[in-house]
Design a protein around this ligand. Structure first.
Ligand SMILES: [Zn+2]
Ligand SMILES: [Zn+2]
Ligand SMILES: [Zn+2]
Length: 232
């Protein structure tokens, strides 16, 4: 294919070429979207109908919380689309899955998969407005929080802890009152230290779990520019 499709005259940089498990050839490129499209067109012209060339966009998953219970996944997607950077402004680039039941605070959460540049922009802002609600946004790589034992790294459904803190205060960890009425010194259940709440992202337990997770994410993550399907 390299001999057939010449790329010197178009402004595209080939970063990597590899064969995927499915037998496709994956070509990682950098360059403007128009140039990538031109490259795909050229492959298609030169190789004929035996191959299908298509663009695969690098995506990232983010976690959005505090969404008002009346909002729909489509509302969230619309807001994300408004935030999308130039090249990413296409509704089908963005997928949203949303919790079906609101939590006790009558809020919903959602996961969104979206082009990496747009995802980073939204993560940097730290919030997304859905309707009138400022919704907190985290990388989906952030460790999950268990609302039963208040520790990180698993969710309630998988909780094996002997301690059930579902009725405990998020701020001081004591049962019988809510965090908003709490006058005690913060005491974190996750790391058993005083000075911060159990849902604080400054918690060392949270940070260490997050660091370990993003490290794994980086090793596995790869930019994908374009994908070819079919036999050579
Ligand atoms: Zn737990
Ligand atoms: Zn308390
Ligand atoms: Zn802590």
């Amino acid at each position: 294919m390299q001999h057939t499709v010449k790329v010197h005259d178009i402004d595209i940089k080939i970063k990597n070429v590899r064969e995927t498990k499915g037998g496709d050839i994956e070509i990682t490129t950098t360059g403007k979207e128009e140039v990538k499209d031109a490259f795909i067109k050229r492959i298609q012209e030169k190789m004929g109908e035996a191959v299908t060339a298509q663009k695969v966009m690098a995506k990232k998953k983010i976690f959005i919380k505090d969404i008002h219970e009346t909002a729909t996944a489509e509302d969230v997607r619309e807001e994300l689309l408004k935030q999308a950077t130039e090249g990413d402004k296409q509704a089908d680039n963005i997928a949203v899955t949303m919790a079906t039941k609101p939590n006790k605070g009558r809020k919903l959460f959602a996961f969104a998969t979206l082009p990496i540049e747009t995802a980073n922009k939204i993560l940097k802002a730290g919030k997304l407005y859905v309707g009138w609600n400022a919704c907190r946004v985290e990388s989906a790589n952030a460790p999950r929080r268990c609302f039963r034992c208040l520790r990180f790294g698993h969710v309630r459904e998988n909780c094996e802890s002997e301690i059930n803190r579902e009725d405990s205060c998020l701020r001081c960890c004591e049962p019988g009152h809510k965090a908003r009425d709490c006058k005690n010194e913060p005491h974190c259940a996750a790391c058993d230290q005083k000075g911060h709440r159990a849902d604080d992202m400054a918690c060392p337990e949270f940070k260490s779990k997050w660091a370990a997770k993003s490290e794994r994410g980086r090793q596995g993550g790869k930019m994908r520019g374009l994908n070819r399907r079919g036999a050579c």
